[in-house]
Design a protein around this ligand. Structure first.
Ligand SMILES: [Zn+2]
Length: 254
């Protein structure tokens, strides 16, 4: 399929020089998807290798939220910012971390698995094998759960308020640890726009007031500008920067 995509793109836009792919889960530095709680049965899957073979092109595979952060940092809601966290609120929750102007991947490439921070000890069971993970309360799956429990079948203000409280709880923890100046909210739930972001900002401000008060400058919370495409755009940017020809090929994005 990717090989066919290459043919189509080259017919339309000219030469394709590299492939970038964003994957949901723990992606190591060789482009293997090591663990993916939301893709049952996928364990230690080599993605970059077979894709390179199928396309005859160099391939970069990275975590999808990290890719989304790269895109938003270069082209979207985190432009011009040095310290930011992007969270993708979808089936689960992922995060991309930008600290001191550089994208962070950690020692193994697995940094930013914020969806599996435990926010309720002994809470809801998570596909990762633990209980009480943040993504069980603040993701798209969590919203479905809240809607199922509510009297109305649509997410009303009360349900969104509950969801926003859980989203803000995790974000407040991240701000405490990382001291970022900007939070970008992406993933499927970002489509809710201000209906979600406004109560998240209010809850986050209340949490900040309680911890650090006026000392800590307010954190700006913005919706992702590139929407659902952010991961794909970021993966392409990473591939072009790392593997493409030209003066920028040395890997400025890290
Ligand atoms: Zn989990």
């Amino acid at each position: 399929m990717v090989a066919q995509l290459r043919t189509e793109l080259e017919a339309r836009d000219g030469e394709v020089v590299a492939v970038g792919v964003g994957l949901p889960g723990l992606v190591d530095r060789r482009g293997r998807l090591r663990h993916a709680p939301h893709l049952p049965g996928v364990v230690d899957l080599d993605v970059a290798g077979p894709l390179a073979e199928a396309t005859g092109l160099p391939v970069v595979a990275d975590n999808d939220a990290t890719c989304a952060l790269v895109a938003e940092h270069r082209l979207g809601a985190a432009r011009g910012v040095h310290d930011a966290v992007l969270v993708t609120l979808g089936t689960g929750i992922g995060a991309g971390l930008l600290l001191g102007g550089r994208v962070q991947r950690g020692a193994s490439g697995f940094a930013g698995e914020v969806g599996h921070m435990v926010v309720e000890v002994g809470g809801r069971a998570c596909p990762c094998g633990r209980r009480g993970c943040w993504e069980r309360y603040a993701s798209g799956s969590a919203l479905e759960h809240l809607v199922a429990e509510a009297p109305s079948s649509r997410p009303d203000a009360e349900v969104l308020g509950q969801l926003a409280g859980w989203v803000a709880l995790g974000l407040a923890n991240l701000v405490q640890v990382l001291d970022v100046e900007r939070v970008v909210v992406g993933g499927g739930l970002a489509a809710l726009g201000e209906a979600l972001l406004a109560p998240v900002r209010a809850a986050l401000a209340a949490a900040a007031e309680a911890a650090g008060g006026r000392v800590r400058p307010p954190v700006t919370v913005l919706g992702a500008e590139l929407g659902e495409q952010a991961g794909a755009v970021g993966a392409a940017l990473l591939a072009r920067e790392r593997l493409g020809p030209g003066p920028s090929g040395a890997g400025g994005l890290g």
